[in-house]
Ligand binder design. Structure first.
Ligand code: GLU
Ligand code: ZN
Length: 316
């Protein structure tokens, strides 16, 4: 079947109002190597940034943030390996890489600020206790005046935001009960929760667009509530389909079949573009990486990304 290719000049470019500039990011956790599933997220966030031109004629900026706040889940050497792979695939970031492990004093400050404003409380409930009460936390400790020892910190959820407009998926309605829960922002084991760190850093880095996989659709609701609580403007979100091996099973970092080869990036780049619906020209697989990337920026079309949460991929 012949696929009609839109000419670059016919593609509707994302528009920005005159003062805004585009700042996107890719935020991998160093729990393993970059694999085909994460390459798709890296590529989509990169292309969406680079295809967006602001009023001054500048391309969007694309940043990389290493989300290394969970040491037990970290693999030695993974951060460096991820960065090496991004470079081999022609995905060059614009500013210094931010490491979440360097941000703890700032997270602490935000945590203290929420506490000072009485927007959080300590909770000593166990997972089992919450499970017995139906799985959704009912605010049991809001009035308990627990001390800090062995406590998690929960946010007083005043907003329960659960709907938003997604760049690729359209109108999204998250699980309302889950979105209204007083969720954890600081864990019992003294680690900062993903929700707090990710929102803090997206604000800190002035991120305007968050493009990532559909596995993070539900957490977006909580992130929107955190933005509202901190009185900050939320970025625009765009969630691309998740690559799965069968329904509900996302590609794992352990799965050798989905590993990608730094020494031969072209085939994986073309597969990633196909996955994102971008109809890459056949000859591209024989081109140099920067030429493929330039083609992809020029032809990036948000409307061609499938409006589904998962796509099955064949492992060979
Ligand atoms: N670090 C998260 C992950 O690897 C992604 C965070 C995000 O993109 O918001 O799943
Ligand atoms: Zn509790």
């Amino acid at each position: 079947m012949q696929v009609l290719q839109k000419k670059p000049q016919d593609i509707k470019r994302p528009s920005l109002s005159s003062q805004d500039s585009y700042r996107g990011r890719f935020a991998p956790s160093p729990s393993g190597l970059l694999h085909f599933g994460s390459l798709i997220a890296a590529l989509a966030s990169f292309l969406d940034a680079k295809a967006t031109i602001d009023a001054n004629g500048n391309q969007g900026k694309w940043l990389v943030r290493i989300e290394d706040i969970d040491p037990p889940r970290e693999k030695v050497g993974a951060s460096t390996a991820i960065l090496t792979t991004l470079e081999a695939f022609g995905l060059h970031w614009d500013e210094d890489v931010l490491y979440q492990s360097q941000q703890t004093a700032r997270y602490k400050h935000t945590l203290n600020e929420l506490k000072r404003q009485q927007l959080s409380y300590y909770c000593q409930c166990t997972r089992n206790e919450i499970k017995k009460l139906g799985g959704i936390y009912q605010g049991h400790c809001r009035t308990q005046k627990n001390s800090k020892e062995e406590s998690a910190t929960r946010l007083i959820n005043q907003y329960g935001l659960y709907q938003f407009n997604d760049i690729f998926q359209g109108h999204i309605c998250c699980d309302k009960k889950l979105a209204e829960e007083d969720f954890i922002i600081h864990r019992k084991d003294k680690l900062f929760a993903y929700q707090l760190a990710v929102v803090h850093d997206d604000i800190y880095q002035n991120i305007s667009h968050v493009i990532r996989g559909c596995d993070l659709l539900e957490p977006t609701a909580r992130q929107l509530t955190l933005y509202a609580t901190l009185n900050k403007k939320a970025p625009q979100y765009g969630h691309i389909p998740l690559a799965v091996t069968k329904p509900g099973f996302k590609l794992s970092k352990q799965n050798k079949a989905t590993a990608i080869d730094n020494n031969n990036p072209q085939p994986a780049l073309i597969s990633a573009l196909l996955f994102l619906g971008q109809n890459p020209d056949r000859y591209l697989v024989h081109e140099k990486v920067p030429d493929i990337i330039n083609w992809a920026i020029k032809h990036w079309d948000r409307e061609k990304v499938a409006k589904v949460k998962e796509i099955n991929i064949e492992l060979n």
